[in-house]
Design a protein around this ligand. Structure first.
Ligand code: GLN
Length: 484
């Protein structure tokens, strides 16, 4: 069961080799036995999962099943789920039960997928290590003393440990690709506007995008197929046709132009990670790709720009948590100011407060031009750099993270060092591009991910290249010791 692709699970369900109830029980048992040590789940919805599995089995029997019907998944606790708590990793939303489903939840339900539970995450998706969760840190299944990455760390750890065959994630600055890299799984962040943000708790609205984590690229393709597409309830959702993401089994990437951005292979890249990526690039060449060096000169502006824009948007989005409408409310407020102040002081953790403060500052009159406006200009330059690079390359390849999984606590006291975990991922969000992380090797016994970036709405190229690469390699099939 553990190393079957979603396609194989789907065939097994259709052939009657096992039922959805059996499959669901299998993963629920794994969560029960191994979930606590990783702290990957905030809630496990066993009863509902078994009900849904029964319904899926009926559909599989009676016809009308979707290719994903009956397959279990873990859902990042940032997607609203009707009747099931959506905490976003925050004390602010600890008791929040959404009255409606997010678009992504709706679509996964409609496909007949079975939700196992909601995964742990950095509070409001702010973080790179999953140490910012109100529910405690998640542990990396490859080494329990290390972080799984963030903010979709619970999803990445759950998939790596095979507590679920796939999981949802969100990526504002790297939160799917970086934890996928640190946990040795595949993770795809689609083009901005590809997947509806309706019912996704907002962090930075111009950057947030939902995606998928699973063992292989083919698995991610199947789930993205189910969640992608236009939604009039999200004003930034794009009305673009969704192509078939699953490449034919005999797909090839001969002649694919692979751009290697110079800035991704600079002095700050750990040589052991550089060696893994070079080996992966050699494998792509073996498969017939051509490589070409490209440059993204404004790349060094991406972290400074992101850490102005994302906090600015977060300070505005998080203004809604005021103790009036929903979420935490302090006891016995003396007046309105006291209500706001104590509610927010009690409900938010340190990193969220830091972002709200920075965001409010950069948006304040007098500083707006100096920070926010300048950051927007940098964002434009970064976007233009990518457009130029894509004139010479079909995809870009580089590392997804400058380091392998670091130790719990190692960067927790130093926000700037933590922010630099995202140097290879955030430019992609600023430009709104799709990108995938593919497990590509190990360094010091820990997984290393290769990142591949495509032009807007070219997710299919990422899946095709990922499929071809994973047909030749088995890094995506390796499981952490003790979880095989
Ligand atoms: N680590 C980045 C941050 O803390 C990105 C988070 C994300 O993609 N949600 O903002």
């Amino acid at each position: 069961m553990l190393n079957r692709s979603l396609g194989e699970l789907s065939r097994g369900l259709r052939n009657g080799d096992f039922s959805s109830v059996e499959l669901t029980r299998f993963f629920l048992d794994r969560i029960e036995n191994r979930g606590a040590e990783l702290n990957a789940f905030i809630s496990v919805t066993a009863e509902r999962a078994l009900d849904d599995a029964h319904a899926a089995d009926r559909k599989l029997r009676d016809g009308g099943a979707h290719p994903l019907t009956g397959i279990p998944y873990a859902h990042k606790d940032l997607f609203c789920t009707e009747g099931v708590a959506t905490t976003c990793g925050s004390a602010m939303l600890a008791d929040f039960v959404s009255p409606y489903d997010a678009a992504v939840s709706e679509r996964l339900n409609a496909a007949g997928m079975v939700m196992l539970g909601k995964t742990n995450m950095d509070e409001f998706a702010m973080g790179s290590s999953n140490e910012n969760s109100f529910y405690g840190a998640v542990r990396n299944p490859w080494d329990a003393a290390r972080v799984p990455g963030g903010s979709s760390g619970g999803s990445a750890a759950a998939v790596a440990a095979r507590l679920a065959p796939c999981a949802t994630g969100t990526d504002t600055g790297g939160s799917i690709r970086q934890p996928a890299s640190l946990c040795g799984v595949t993770g795809v962040k689609p083009t901005y506007g590809r997947v509806s943000r309706y019912g996704m708790v907002a962090f930075a609205s111009s950057l947030d995008q939902a995606g998928v984590l699973a063992a292989g690229a083919g698995d991610c393709a199947l789930v993205l197929q189910a969640i992608a597409g236009f939604d009039p309830r999200d004003s930034t959702s794009m009305d673009e046709p969704v192509p078939d993401y699953t490449p034919p089994a005999d797909a090839n990437i001969r002649g694919l132009r692979v751009g290697l951005p110079r800035e991704y292979f600079g002095a700050d890249l750990d040589p052991a990670i550089g060696a893994v990526i070079e080996q992966a690039v050699a494998a792509l060449r073996q498969l017939g790709c051509e490589t070409v060096e490209v440059s993204l000169p404004a790349m060094s502006l991406s972290a400074p720009a992101y850490y102005i824009l994302a906090p600015a948007e977060c300070s505005s989005n998080l203004a809604r948590y005021d103790g009036v409408r929903y979420g935490h409310r302090c006891d016995a407020p003396a007046d309105c100011d006291d209500l706001y102040t104590r509610t927010r002081a009690e409900g938010f953790g340190a990193e969220v407060k830091r972002r709200v403060l920075v965001g409010t500052y950069v948006l304040s009159s007098g500083y707006y031009d100096a920070y926010y406006l300048k950051a927007q200009k940098a964002r434009r330059r970064i976007r233009d750099d990518f457009a130029r690079a894509f004139e010479r390359a079909d995809v870009l390849v580089g590392p997804a993270s400058p380091t392998t999984a670091f130790r719990l606590g190692e960067k927790a006291g130093d926000p700037v060092t933590m922010y630099l975990s995202d140097v290879y991922t955030i430019a992609v969000n600023l430009a709104g591009l799709p990108a995938i992380t593919l497990p590509a090797g190990v360094a010091g016994g820990l997984p290393v991910g290769m990142q591949m970036i495509a032009p807007h709405f070219r997710e299919q190229d990422l899946f095709r290249a990922g499929h071809c690469y994973q047909r030749e390699t088995d890094w995506h099939r390796r499981m952490p010791e003790g979880f095989e």
